[in-house]
Design a protein around this ligand. Structure first.
Ligand code: GAL
Length: 933
């Protein structure tokens, strides 16, 4: 068996240890290396003089313009035949070569460290084989002391894209081979610190440091801020240390204490965060308080670099999370670059740290039976991965849960990993979603459970997992529940985040969850004619791929936060203003509201008429409070709508709510002579212009360009029923002096089911009004994506409106939307999803102005409901036909959609469909608009 097809975890490696900041000398071996790509694994060792140049760290498929192959995207399936542990003979193999001058460190040991190489690699120093490394997102160290010589040394690293290890790395992401994390030569002093682990716990205001140190004694631990300095002469003296009164670490208050651990030859710097993690029954507690996870799944992904780490990029992303009230990360589905954990410690994020392990592709084809989780031949490699995961990152206070991996079958190898972890680190619970019976892990976990399943999980136990023996069900029921993935953020969506949050808060056993996922994985590339775009599966000519399923983040590939992220921020905001103005509830885990500034703002018809600060007595973590509103905050205007907005800010918005104090619609339709300057085509009854503003329509529209969620839900029915190709037949036109009434029948080819529509135009004071009556025939059996009318204008650049905004919103994703006055360019109204789809709907429109030339008001119905609007340079049919934004035809038109109803979003791309209360089923609709040019 070849080394890249055997079951071993590697060879000749040093035992895993903590990633720390050390005073010992280091030489970065990052930079330009010589590179040669072979089409197969068993290539000769060549003279590198003629090779190309490739930067390290990198993925070779993201360099060389296709000369070194291209990225491949698959979700569950392996991109080659499932034949473990064998891989195809066509196995791209990259030889990486460089020289370096051995520094004169006066040191006796040298360690060569690789922080991440995908997937299996072999190393030679000065022509002598060093060892083999596996575990792409785990660190590997080799002792190379005896192979180095003074002066120039050579280093050759042969990296195989496919290996037996690939079977354990089937995460849903791009396949990106290469030396993609740092390569370093470490000088190891003779009097060194071999490894250190400082567990800093917190009880009743006091800190205890439990040290585990190996190396050359005496060793001194100091925490200057706590006046702690203790020297141990020998390992037997190392013992837990009470450090007196400390401030605890939490995601909200990430208090860190600088600390050093020093031997005669090396000093290691750590930052202590005092916190105690504990499970009590079905409660997950940190510092004795329940933690609710407002989390996201975070992959390592960068549009240009792939999984190569970029500190600024990572920091910006984590700050963006914090600014959106996110408090937790699951490192899906492998340990990130070690610096990510330093950032989490410092910025404050609860972390579920996951091992680099997924074998999902074994589930893809039912004929595959030899799942690695149960197969003892893989046991050593499973355990090795978990040990390296825990050992590397064990010092970080932000890590509060270890996760064994993702989407492997349950089995004895998983159980062995859990057992090892429990023994090694009793201070953190172990998670693995597929341990449905809670046989060896500490939390019950699911992905994409529906709301009703959650209610069952939270009460009688999880029936849907089936086949659980009664005692297993009991065990599972007595574990804290965490939703390790939910809210699939693919394209426009997800819907129902507020519904999920309500359920999490209803049942004590539930601990929130982690949105799938933080960021789209689009790779910045170019079309043949040089147009840049973000690529997804299939864009690199892959034989098998999973299309745009890799574009499912709350942040677009270019870093733009999506409306879904704004929605999440609003849903999970730490300050929740109560139904009654002057009340609030805190969702904070451990801080009070002392640092929060509270303000009020009052608007009459969207125009600010007052604002001020509010005095709110600090509300303790997790509690409720009351505060006074000044009388002028609650004044009501004589006409129009009055809104009170309360806002809580602590660096960013941490809570906001609007209260409608009065609603006296100001639109009243007083009939008048003429048609307000509107001109119609006498043959079709269609509007041609109003005054000198060219505008044609209306045209009934039932179709929207399916969102990614629509496509995987009832969206195919919309095409089946022809909603995208409706035909419009004029049945009757009635032209009067001050009105025109057009009756139409709208239906699709082959179908008898139809919608009868009447457009009734009539003159009103300073304008023309349109009443739309739409009545469906019998026989409709699918939802309607929208019920609205479309107008066409030659061009519009800017829209100002009084309604909901600033971003798009839909009935099941409307927590972030506020009522107010907004202005935007037409292009900025819409989100550039990497796969074009429905975007830009803003419900409850009061009034819209286009380029200051045309004004359209809506009239509320008896329930106060009003239509919403969107503006687009393309029709839904054009948008649906485009796979990428660059495929949209150029356009000199603008389409205005006024929708009386839109279907919700749901998250059926992976999870539940639109809830019944947000679904748009065929029904009769009437709505009235007022046009003024
Ligand atoms: C889950 C999986 C994730 C991702 C997601 C769908 O099953 O754990 O890695 O594939 O579905 O996008």
């Amino acid at each position: 068996m070849t080394y890249y097809e055997d079951f071993s975890p590697g060879s000749n490696r040093l035992p895993p240890r903590s990633w720390v900041r050390s005073s010992a000398p280091v030489l970065s071996l990052n930079g330009d290396w010589k590179f040669k790509l072979w089409p197969h694994a068993d290539a000769p060792l060549e003279d590198p003089a003629e090779w190309d140049t490739l930067p390290v760290p990198s993925h070779w498929v993201l360099h060389g313009d296709g000369r070194y192959g291209r990225p491949i995207y698959t979700n569950i399936k392996y991109p080659f035949p499932v034949d473990p542990p064998y891989v195809p003979d066509e196995n791209p193999t990259g030889d990486h070569f460089r020289t370096f001058t051995l520094p004169d460190w006066g040191i006796d040991r040298f360690v060569l460290r690789f922080d991440g190489v995908e997937s299996t690699f072999k190393v030679w120093v000065n022509g002598t084989e060093v060892g083999v490394g596996k575990g792409s997102r785990l660190a590997t160290e080799f002792d190379v002391t005896d192979l180095l010589a003074p002066g120039e040394n050579t280093l050759l690293v042969r990296v195989h894209q496919w290996s037996a290890a690939t079977y354990l790395e089937d995460q849903d992401q791009w396949w990106l081979p290469g030396i993609f994390r740092d390569v370093t030569l470490l000088g190891r002093p003779s009097k060194r610190i071999d490894d250190v682990w400082l567990q800093a716990s917190f009880t009743d205001g006091h800190g205890v440091v439990t040290p585990e140190v190996s190396g050359s004694f005496p060793i001194t631990l100091s925490v200057p801020e706590l006046d702690v300095s203790v020297t141990w002469q020998s390992p037997s003296e190392v013992a837990p240390l009470e450090v007196g009164s400390v401030e605890p670490w939490s995601a909200e208050s990430p208090r860190l204490y600088d600390c050093s651990v020093a031997s005669a030859g090396e000093s290691v710097h750590l930052r202590l965060g005092f916190r105690t993690v504990r499970i009590d029954g079905d409660q997950f507690l940190v510092n004795e308080r329940k933690v609710m996870f407002y989390g996201v799944n975070r992959h390592e992904t960068h549009p240009v670099l792939g999984r190569v780490f970029d500190l600024d990029h990572a920091r910006r992303d984590l700050l963006l999370m914090k600014q959106h009230n996110i408090n937790a990360i699951r490192t899906s589905h492998y340990p990130p670059d070690p610096r990510v954990l330093e950032l989490c410690d410092e910025l404050g994020l609860w972390v579920m740290l996951e091992c680099d392990l997924e074998t999902h592709g074994f589930e893809f084809d039912p004929s595959i039976t030899d799942n690695p989780s149960e197969d003892v031949r893989w046991r050593e490699q499973f355990l090795d991965r978990m040990e390296r995961t825990v050992e590397r990152d064990k010092n970080h206070p932000s890590i509060v849960i270890w996760s064994l991996g993702n989407e492997c079958a349950t089995g004895r190898n998983m159980a062995a990993m859990a057992q090892w972890t429990h023994e090694r680190d009793p201070g953190r619970p172990v998670h693995f979603e597929r341990d449905h019976a809670s046989a060896y892990t500490d939390m019950h976990s699911r992905m994409y459970a529906t709301l009703s399943e959650l209610a069952v999980i939270a009460t009688t136990g999880n029936a849907s997992e089936g086949n659980l023996r009664p005692e297993e069900a009991v065990r599972q029921r007595n574990r804290p529940f965490v939703h390790c993935e939910y809210g699939h953020a693919m394209g426009n969506g997800p819907g129902s985040l507020a519904d999920y949050q309500a359920v999490y808060e209803q049942y004590p056993r539930l601990h929130g969850g982690f949105i799938w996922e933080w960021r789209d994985h689009g790779i910045l590339t170019k079309t043949a004619d040089g147009t840049p775009f973000y690529a997804y599966g299939g864009d690199f000519g892959e034989v098998v791929h999973d299309g745009n399923f890799v574009m499912d983040g709350m942040v677009l590939p270019d870093g733009t936060p999506s409306p879904g992220l704004a929605e999440y921020a609003a849903v999970i905001a730490p300050i929740v203003f109560g139904d009654e103005p002057g009340t609030l509830r805190s969702r904070y885990h451990s801080i009070d509201t002392a640092a929060v500034q509270f303000t009020w703002r009052r608007e009459d018809d969207g125009v600010e008429v007052g604002r001020g600060e509010l005095e709110v007595f600090p509300v303790p973590a997790g509690e409720s409070g009351r505060f006074e509103l000044p009388p002028e905050a609650l004044d009501v205007a004589a006409s129009g709508e009055t809104w009170l907005t309360l806002e809580a800010v602590s660096g960013h918005v941490v809570g906001s709510r609007q209260y409608q104090l009065s609603s006296r619609p100001s639109v009243s339709l007083v009939r008048a002579k003429g048609l307000g300057g509107a001109v119609f085509d006498p043959r079709t009854g269609s509007l041609l212009r109003i005054g000198n503003v060219e505008i044609t329509g209306p045209r009934l529209e039932l179709y929207r360009a399916p969102t990614d969620n629509d496509i995987r839900a009832g969206g195919w029915m919309w095409h089946e029923r022809g909603l995208d190709r409706l035909e419009h037949r004029v049945r009757d036109i009635l032209i009067g002096d001050d009105s025109i009434t057009v009756s139409m029948r709208v239906a699709a080819a082959t179908a008898a089911r139809c919608v009868e529509v009447t457009y009734h135009w009539f003159g009103v004071e300073d304008g023309v009004a349109l009443r739309v009556d739409a009545v469906p025939s019998q026989g409709w059996d699918c939802t309607w994506p929208r019920l609205g009318v479309r107008f066409e204008l030659p061009s519009v650049e800017e829209a100002s409106w009084f309604g909901t905004g600033p971003l798009e919103s839909y009935s099941d994703s409307s927590t972030a939307a506020q009522v107010g006055r907004f202005t935007s360019s037409v292009d900025d109204l819409n989100v550039v999803y990497s796969k074009p789809q429905e975007t830009g709907h803003r419900p409850q429109l009061r009034s819209l102005e286009l380029d200051g030339r045309l004004r359209i008001d809506t009239v509320p119905d008896r329930t106060g409901h009003r239509p919403g609007f969107s503006l687009s340079r393309h029709t839904p049919q054009q948008i649906a036909a485009a796979a990428h934004p660059y495929e949209l035809p150029s356009s000199d038109r603008v389409y205005l959609f006024v929708d009386n109803a839109q279907h919700g979003l749901g998250s059926a791309a992976c999870g539940p469909d639109v809830l019944p209360q947000h679904a748009n089923w065929p029904a009769a609709h009437t709505f009235t608009l007022l046009f003024r040019a």
